[in-house]
Ligand binder design. Structure first.
Ligand SMILES: [Zn+2]
Length: 111
């Protein structure tokens, strides 16, 4: 898998963890480890090309999730059937592809 794509997926997983953590904190629980998550997040961001991070942030603000899997040729963000010209490409995870409909960053879970 493309290195940047792998980082984007990790970043999204971290963001989900941070979000969950925040909810629990707001509910009054004192939790350890929030700082580590934030540090890990900063490390990933520092390794990502800035334009990809900006794209990620934009998509996250707009949709809540920026990186989505493709299952059976369908974008799991907006559920459109992706064009054959894209689906039939080889080694799709070696490049950053975006959904032509919603613009989310795609990865193929079954490759
Ligand atoms: Zn889509």
């Amino acid at each position: 898998m493309n290195d940047d794509l792998r980082k984007l997926i990790s970043l999204q997983e971290l963001d989900l963890l941070i979000k969950e953590r925040k909810k629990e904190e707001e509910a009054g629980f004192q939790l350890q480890g929030a700082e580590e998550f934030k540090k890990a997040r900063e490390t990933i961001i520092s390794l990502l090309p800035p334009h990809l991070y900006r794209k990620y942030q934009r998509l996250k603000e707009r949709y809540g999730n920026a990186v989505v899997p493709v299952v059976g040729g369908i974008c799991q963000g907006c559920f459109i059937l992706l064009p054959t010209s894209l689906v039939s490409q080889k080694n799709k995870n070696e490049r950053i592809h975006t959904c032509p409909n919603c613009g989310r960053i795609l990865y193929w879970a079954d490759e």
